[in-house]
Design a protein around this ligand. Structure first.
Ligand SMILES: [Zn+2]
Length: 508
């Protein structure tokens, strides 16, 4: 039985493509300064286009829309877009939009082209920017072959990168990949700051150097089919940062895709690097979940409700065991809880060691206040109790966060800049673990995320080494700059905020 035209269309695989003659408007700054709007950047993923518009912010009464059509403006839709106020130094705002061609529109239209126009209202007047009366057009291509889900397979066959591969070219353009600047050392790749995004850069550098995770992608990719948009974009990013051909890339596509799931990250403003790390690991876990149903749409809000079965859980998740003992009858009760990061208080205001910080884990907490007393099921009453925390299962990748930010008695956030001395190799955690398999719990440091400056005016940098080399060298990454690191700065580092350790011996 032959399929009707409509059925073929709905069953077909389509993706949006930038046409060869696609032109960004010229004289970007000149145009935006005349009360106008300018398309600054655009990239496509499957049937979705992500764009960035720069807008002059001198007018208070100003709204921006994106109108789009796939039937040559016989009808059009107004984009339900997300508008970002950008309080930067250059008097312009950024407006970010996401256009997805609805599948049902493909059915009703004979055109396989999506057009869009940027519209803005200033003081009641409405203006359309069609790129000098030419609409911005994107082609809708029916894929004859399966669009590769990732370009990472080219990394494992480094020598045979296919130069004219369409996807490869598209991804390097999307990330504005620049090769061989004079600053580049040792094939390292820096990350451009998009405006307050050093928190993201410091985490992406650390995560890309997590060998156990990167190797999992490299060596299992033939058997892995990823359908989540975050994992696919992370793999695009991973390819570019690790292929050794580029000295600077601009991680805007990854940021924008994450930002359209969680709007806080669309904005160009400072965020906490630790919060971003946890969010990114959550999203990757959802995409890499082994029990997910292949045909189901991925819902990124479901975290915590889905099965904890992914490479992210295997590598990054540890388990705490919390034991409460009744001080009257000595009856005990234990509970278990997973963690992705050990958050440690700094016991000294001057100088201490990481082991001093870890000691706090084993300290008994006494539950003797009236409102903290524990209900003992044996005594059948609220009784005085003590609570002890142990690590039941150590993670293979151990992330430690120092509690450097605390609210003082005047309800103001203050930063603790104490020096914590941490070991590079042989961090031994077996004494903090209740698990018998932890006898050889030795860890090696491979990345440090530093927080410089104050809470409101801070800057993140990274010290990292690539443990896949025999004698790995330490480097410092400061956004797009990568340079050799003086080891004194690694060893005496009051800026250290997050430590990334990997296990030396992997227990089965
Ligand atoms: Zn009791």
């Amino acid at each position: 039985m032959s399929l009707s035209c409509e059925q073929q269309r709905i069953n077909g695989k389509y993706y949006l493509c930038m046409p060869d003659n696609f032109q960004y408007p010229r004289n970007l700054l000149h145009r935006v300064c005349k009360n106008l709007v300018v398309l600054e950047d655009i990239f496509t993923r499957n049937l979705t286009a992500y764009g960035t518009i720069r807008v002059n912010n001198c007018s208070f009464d100003k709204r921006v829309f994106v109108h789009y059509t796939i039937d040559q403006w016989k009808t059009f839709s107004v984009l339900n877009a997300h508008y970002i106020m950008h309080y930067a130094d250059n008097n312009t705002d950024l407006f970010q939009f996401k256009l997805t061609v609805p599948k049902d529109k493909l059915l009703s239209s004979s055109s396989l082209k999506m057009s869009f126009a940027i519209c803005y209202c200033v003081n009641g007047g409405k203006f359309w920017d069609n790129n000098y009366s030419q609409n911005y057009n994107l082609e809708i291509i029916e894929s004859s072959r399966e669009v590769p889900t990732s370009i990472l397979n080219q990394l494992s066959r480094k020598k045979s990168i296919i130069r004219d591969d369409q996807l490869y070219k598209q991804i390097t353009q999307d990330y504005h990949a620049i090769s061989n600047t004079t600053q580049q050392i040792e094939n390292l790749c820096g990350l451009k700051n998009l405006g307050g995004t050093c928190y993201m850069n410091s985490i992406l550098q650390s995560l890309s150097l997590t060998s156990l995770l990167t190797n999992y992608f490299l060596y299992n990719q033939d058997s892995l089919v990823f359908k989540g948009i975050i994992i696919n974009e992370y793999l695009n990013f991973l390819y570019l940062i690790r292929c050794g051909q580029y000295s600077i890339i601009t991680p805007a596509p990854l940021k924008q895709i994450i930002g359209h799931i969680n709007y806080a990250y669309l904005e160009n403003q400072q965020q906490d690097a630790h919060e971003f790390l946890i969010l990114l690991l959550d999203y990757l876990h959802i995409d890499l979940n082994r029990t997910q149903c292949i045909d189901e749409e991925i819902d990124y809000n479901l975290f915590g409700q889905i099965n904890k079965n992914s490479i992210i859980v295997d590598l990054f998740y540890g388990i705490y065991k919390s034991t409460i003992t009744c001080l009257q009858c000595m009856h005990t009760s234990s509970s278990y809880e997973s963690f992705v990061c050990l958050t440690l208080p700094i016991p000294s205001t001057n100088q201490c060691t990481l082991q001093d910080c870890l000691q706090s884990l084993n300290e008994d907490e006494y539950l003797t206040d009236d409102d903290s007393k524990w209900f003992c099921s044996k005594c059948q009453c609220h009784s005085n109790a003590k609570k002890r925390l142990e690590i039941h299962k150590l993670p293979k990748i151990l992330i430690i966060q120092f509690k450097r930010f605390q609210m003082n008695s005047e309800m103001r956030w203050i930063k603790d800049e104490s020096l914590v001395l941490y070991p590079e190799d042989n961090l031994d955690l077996h004494q903090y673990s209740s698990s018998p398999s932890s006898e050889q719990a030795l860890y090696t440091l491979y990345s440090v995320v530093n927080h410089n400056g104050s809470l409101n005016d801070g800057h993140y940098t990274t010290f990292s080494r690539d443990l896949s080399y025999d004698q790995p060298q330490w480097f410092e990454y400061d956004d797009e700059i990568a340079k050799y690191l003086d080891l004194d700065r690694l060893h005496l580092n009051p800026k250290a905020y997050l430590l990334f350790y990997t296990i030396q011996h992997v227990p089965e």
